[in-house]
Design a protein around this ligand. Sequence first.
Ligand SMILES: [Cu+2]
Length: 262
Amino acid sequence: MNNFISHGVSHIVLAKSIKMFLCRKRLLLSGLAASAFLAGFGPIPCARAAAEPESQNGRIEGAVRYVSDSERPWKFSRYYVKDSEKGFLAEAVVALENPGLRSEPPDQKHNATTIDQIDFQFVPETVAIQSGNSVRFTNSDESIHNVMTTDGERPFNVSMPKGGEYVHVFKDARGIAKPVRLGCVYHGGMRGWVFVFDHPWFRVTSRDGQFQWENIPPGTYRLEMIHPAGRLEWRSEIEIKANETIRLEIVVSPDNIRASKR
Ligand SMILES: [Cu+2]
Protein backbone atom coordinates (compact mmCIF):
# COMPACT_ATOMS: atom_id res chain seq x y z
CA MET A 1 0.00 0.00 0.00
CA ASN A 2 1.43 3.33 -0.99
CA ASN A 3 0.82 5.57 1.99
CA PHE A 4 2.20 8.98 2.46
CA ILE A 5 1.65 11.38 5.28
CA SER A 6 2.51 15.00 5.58
CA HIS A 7 2.48 15.11 9.36
CA GLY A 8 5.34 16.98 10.81
CA VAL A 9 4.43 19.84 8.46
CA SER A 10 4.08 21.98 11.52
CA HIS A 11 4.34 21.17 15.19
CA ILE A 12 2.87 24.04 17.09
CA VAL A 13 3.58 24.70 20.73
CA LEU A 14 0.34 25.87 22.29
CA ALA A 15 0.22 29.55 22.94
CA LYS A 16 0.78 29.51 26.68
CA SER A 17 1.90 33.09 26.58
CA ILE A 18 -1.51 34.23 25.27
CA LYS A 19 -3.26 32.46 28.12
CA MET A 20 -0.93 34.05 30.63
CA PHE A 21 -1.56 37.45 29.07
CA LEU A 22 -5.32 36.98 29.44
CA CYS A 23 -4.89 35.98 33.08
CA ARG A 24 -2.87 39.09 33.84
CA LYS A 25 -5.42 41.23 32.04
CA ARG A 26 -8.22 39.74 34.10
CA LEU A 27 -6.42 40.40 37.37
CA LEU A 28 -5.83 43.99 36.37
CA LEU A 29 -9.43 44.52 35.31
CA SER A 30 -10.90 42.96 38.44
CA GLY A 31 -8.73 45.36 40.38
CA LEU A 32 -10.59 48.07 38.53
CA ALA A 33 -13.96 46.47 39.38
CA ALA A 34 -14.43 45.71 35.66
CA SER A 35 -15.29 42.02 35.89
CA ALA A 36 -18.61 42.70 34.16
CA PHE A 37 -16.62 43.70 31.09
CA LEU A 38 -14.96 40.30 30.98
CA ALA A 39 -18.19 38.36 31.39
CA GLY A 40 -18.75 38.56 27.66
CA PHE A 41 -15.49 36.68 27.02
CA GLY A 42 -16.54 33.59 28.95
CA PRO A 43 -14.59 32.06 31.82
CA ILE A 44 -10.82 32.22 31.84
CA PRO A 45 -9.82 29.62 34.43
CA CYS A 46 -6.81 31.43 35.86
CA ALA A 47 -7.32 30.41 39.47
CA ARG A 48 -7.81 26.76 38.56
CA ALA A 49 -4.83 26.77 36.24
CA ALA A 50 -2.70 28.01 39.09
CA ALA A 51 -3.97 25.28 41.44
CA GLU A 52 -3.73 22.35 39.00
CA PRO A 53 -0.93 21.30 36.65
CA GLU A 54 -1.63 22.29 33.06
CA SER A 55 -2.65 19.57 30.66
CA GLN A 56 0.32 18.02 28.90
CA ASN A 57 -1.80 16.57 26.13
CA GLY A 58 -1.53 17.13 22.39
CA ARG A 59 -3.92 17.76 19.54
CA ILE A 60 -4.36 16.77 15.91
CA GLU A 61 -5.86 18.88 13.15
CA GLY A 62 -6.28 16.65 10.14
CA ALA A 63 -7.84 16.32 6.73
CA VAL A 64 -8.41 13.39 4.39
CA ARG A 65 -7.87 13.94 0.66
CA TYR A 66 -8.35 11.70 -2.32
CA VAL A 67 -5.98 12.20 -5.26
CA SER A 68 -7.55 10.82 -8.41
CA ASP A 69 -5.81 9.01 -11.23
CA SER A 70 -7.49 9.23 -14.64
CA GLU A 71 -6.01 5.85 -15.57
CA ARG A 72 -7.70 4.21 -12.60
CA PRO A 73 -11.08 5.89 -11.99
CA TRP A 74 -12.66 5.38 -8.56
CA LYS A 75 -16.39 5.03 -9.14
CA PHE A 76 -17.35 6.39 -5.70
CA SER A 77 -15.57 9.71 -6.21
CA ARG A 78 -18.70 11.61 -7.26
CA TYR A 79 -20.50 10.65 -4.04
CA TYR A 80 -17.77 11.38 -1.51
CA VAL A 81 -15.49 14.00 -3.09
CA LYS A 82 -17.48 17.22 -3.44
CA ASP A 83 -14.60 19.40 -4.64
CA SER A 84 -12.57 17.38 -7.13
CA GLU A 85 -9.77 19.96 -7.19
CA LYS A 86 -9.08 19.80 -3.46
CA GLY A 87 -10.17 16.19 -3.12
CA PHE A 88 -11.44 16.39 0.46
CA LEU A 89 -13.04 13.06 1.31
CA ALA A 90 -16.39 12.80 3.11
CA GLU A 91 -17.58 9.89 5.28
CA ALA A 92 -14.11 8.59 6.03
CA VAL A 93 -13.64 7.07 9.49
CA VAL A 94 -10.40 8.06 11.23
CA ALA A 95 -9.33 6.64 14.58
CA LEU A 96 -6.37 6.34 16.90
CA GLU A 97 -5.51 2.87 18.11
CA ASN A 98 -3.32 2.13 21.12
CA PRO A 99 -3.87 -0.34 23.98
CA GLY A 100 -3.62 2.56 26.46
CA LEU A 101 -6.74 4.20 25.00
CA ARG A 102 -9.09 1.41 26.04
CA SER A 103 -11.73 1.36 28.79
CA GLU A 104 -12.88 4.96 28.44
CA PRO A 105 -16.50 5.24 29.63
CA PRO A 106 -19.02 6.18 26.91
CA ASP A 107 -19.70 9.87 26.50
CA GLN A 108 -23.43 10.27 27.10
CA LYS A 109 -23.37 13.77 25.58
CA HIS A 110 -22.88 12.21 22.16
CA ASN A 111 -25.50 9.51 22.58
CA ALA A 112 -27.84 10.92 19.92
CA THR A 113 -26.82 9.28 16.66
CA THR A 114 -29.63 8.78 14.16
CA ILE A 115 -29.58 6.84 10.90
CA ASP A 116 -32.61 7.60 8.75
CA GLN A 117 -33.83 5.71 5.70
CA ILE A 118 -34.41 8.19 2.87
CA ASP A 119 -34.78 7.48 -0.84
CA PHE A 120 -33.78 3.86 -0.31
CA GLN A 121 -30.53 4.73 1.43
CA PHE A 122 -29.28 4.76 5.01
CA VAL A 123 -28.55 8.43 5.81
CA PRO A 124 -25.84 8.76 6.88
CA GLU A 125 -24.39 5.53 5.63
CA THR A 126 -21.47 5.60 8.04
CA VAL A 127 -21.50 6.49 11.73
CA ALA A 128 -19.06 5.96 14.58
CA ILE A 129 -20.02 5.72 18.25
CA GLN A 130 -18.61 4.63 21.60
CA SER A 131 -19.61 1.20 22.93
CA GLY A 132 -22.59 1.47 25.26
CA ASN A 133 -24.12 4.24 23.17
CA SER A 134 -27.06 3.72 20.84
CA VAL A 135 -28.15 4.43 17.29
CA ARG A 136 -31.73 5.45 16.55
CA PHE A 137 -32.94 4.11 13.21
CA THR A 138 -35.88 5.82 11.50
CA ASN A 139 -37.73 5.49 8.20
CA SER A 140 -38.75 8.68 6.35
CA ASP A 141 -39.69 6.87 3.13
CA GLU A 142 -43.21 5.91 2.07
CA SER A 143 -41.91 2.38 1.49
CA ILE A 144 -41.44 -0.27 4.15
CA HIS A 145 -37.79 -0.93 5.04
CA ASN A 146 -35.90 -3.14 7.43
CA VAL A 147 -32.67 -2.76 9.34
CA MET A 148 -30.59 -5.81 10.01
CA THR A 149 -27.10 -7.08 10.63
CA THR A 150 -25.62 -10.51 10.94
CA ASP A 151 -22.44 -9.16 12.48
CA GLY A 152 -21.23 -9.67 16.01
CA GLU A 153 -22.70 -11.38 19.01
CA ARG A 154 -25.93 -9.40 18.89
CA PRO A 155 -27.36 -9.59 15.35
CA PHE A 156 -30.76 -7.98 14.81
CA ASN A 157 -33.41 -7.89 12.11
CA VAL A 158 -36.17 -5.33 12.55
CA SER A 159 -39.06 -4.32 10.31
CA MET A 160 -39.25 -0.57 9.66
CA PRO A 161 -42.65 0.60 8.36
CA LYS A 162 -43.11 4.23 7.27
CA GLY A 163 -42.43 6.45 10.29
CA GLY A 164 -40.92 3.50 12.15
CA GLU A 165 -38.22 3.77 14.78
CA TYR A 166 -35.82 1.32 16.37
CA VAL A 167 -33.11 2.09 18.93
CA HIS A 168 -30.20 -0.30 19.25
CA VAL A 169 -27.46 -0.16 21.90
CA PHE A 170 -24.08 -1.27 20.51
CA LYS A 171 -22.19 -2.96 23.32
CA ASP A 172 -19.31 -4.68 21.55
CA ALA A 173 -16.40 -2.42 20.62
CA ARG A 174 -14.93 -3.89 17.44
CA GLY A 175 -12.76 -0.93 16.50
CA ILE A 176 -12.04 0.43 13.06
CA ALA A 177 -11.27 -2.98 11.55
CA LYS A 178 -14.69 -4.57 12.13
CA PRO A 179 -17.65 -2.24 11.63
CA VAL A 180 -21.17 -3.58 12.06
CA ARG A 181 -22.55 -3.83 8.52
CA LEU A 182 -26.17 -2.82 8.05
CA GLY A 183 -28.61 -3.86 5.36
CA CYS A 184 -32.31 -3.93 4.50
CA VAL A 185 -33.79 -7.30 3.58
CA TYR A 186 -36.13 -5.70 1.04
CA HIS A 187 -33.58 -3.60 -0.83
CA GLY A 188 -30.24 -5.25 -1.49
CA GLY A 189 -28.59 -1.95 -2.51
CA MET A 190 -29.08 -0.41 0.95
CA ARG A 191 -25.95 -0.56 3.07
CA GLY A 192 -24.52 1.14 6.12
CA TRP A 193 -21.78 0.80 8.71
CA VAL A 194 -21.65 1.42 12.46
CA PHE A 195 -18.12 1.67 13.85
CA VAL A 196 -18.00 1.03 17.61
CA PHE A 197 -15.02 2.11 19.71
CA ASP A 198 -14.16 1.74 23.37
CA HIS A 199 -12.46 5.16 23.44
CA PRO A 200 -13.38 8.61 22.12
CA TRP A 201 -10.57 9.08 19.57
CA PHE A 202 -12.55 8.59 16.36
CA ARG A 203 -14.28 10.83 13.81
CA VAL A 204 -16.26 10.53 10.61
CA THR A 205 -15.25 13.27 8.18
CA SER A 206 -17.90 15.64 6.89
CA ARG A 207 -17.90 16.87 3.32
CA ASP A 208 -14.87 19.10 3.94
CA GLY A 209 -12.77 16.06 4.89
CA GLN A 210 -11.59 17.67 8.14
CA PHE A 211 -11.24 16.15 11.61
CA GLN A 212 -9.63 17.12 14.87
CA TRP A 213 -8.92 15.81 18.33
CA GLU A 214 -8.07 17.69 21.48
CA ASN A 215 -6.45 16.49 24.66
CA ILE A 216 -4.67 13.38 23.36
CA PRO A 217 -2.35 11.77 25.93
CA PRO A 218 1.25 11.80 24.65
CA GLY A 219 2.37 8.52 23.14
CA THR A 220 2.78 6.55 19.95
CA TYR A 221 -0.41 5.58 18.17
CA ARG A 222 -1.55 3.86 15.04
CA LEU A 223 -3.68 6.30 13.07
CA GLU A 224 -6.07 4.55 10.71
CA MET A 225 -8.49 5.72 8.06
CA ILE A 226 -11.14 3.54 6.47
CA HIS A 227 -13.73 4.59 3.94
CA PRO A 228 -16.08 1.62 4.07
CA ALA A 229 -18.37 2.66 1.21
CA GLY A 230 -15.46 3.36 -1.13
CA ARG A 231 -13.22 0.56 0.17
CA LEU A 232 -10.28 2.85 0.89
CA GLU A 233 -7.80 2.07 3.66
CA TRP A 234 -4.79 3.88 5.08
CA ARG A 235 -2.71 3.63 8.26
CA SER A 236 0.42 5.09 9.78
CA GLU A 237 2.15 5.48 13.12
CA ILE A 238 1.98 8.85 14.76
CA GLU A 239 3.67 10.28 17.82
CA ILE A 240 1.80 12.71 20.03
CA LYS A 241 3.95 15.01 22.13
CA ALA A 242 2.91 17.13 25.09
CA ASN A 243 1.49 20.55 24.26
CA GLU A 244 1.91 20.14 20.52
CA THR A 245 -0.55 20.35 17.67
CA ILE A 246 0.09 18.11 14.71
CA ARG A 247 -1.38 19.21 11.41
CA LEU A 248 -1.58 16.42 8.91
CA GLU A 249 -3.15 15.38 5.68
CA ILE A 250 -4.05 11.80 5.00
CA VAL A 251 -3.65 11.49 1.25
CA VAL A 252 -5.12 8.48 -0.48
CA SER A 253 -5.29 7.38 -4.11
CA PRO A 254 -6.37 4.29 -6.09
CA ASP A 255 -3.39 2.55 -4.42
CA ASN A 256 -5.44 2.54 -1.20
CA ILE A 257 -8.46 0.74 -2.62
CA ARG A 258 -9.12 -2.56 -0.87
CA ALA A 259 -9.99 -5.45 -3.15
CA SER A 260 -12.73 -7.02 -1.02
CA LYS A 261 -15.82 -5.55 0.64
CA ARG A 262 -15.98 -4.52 4.30
CU1 LIG B 1 -35.23 -0.95 2.43
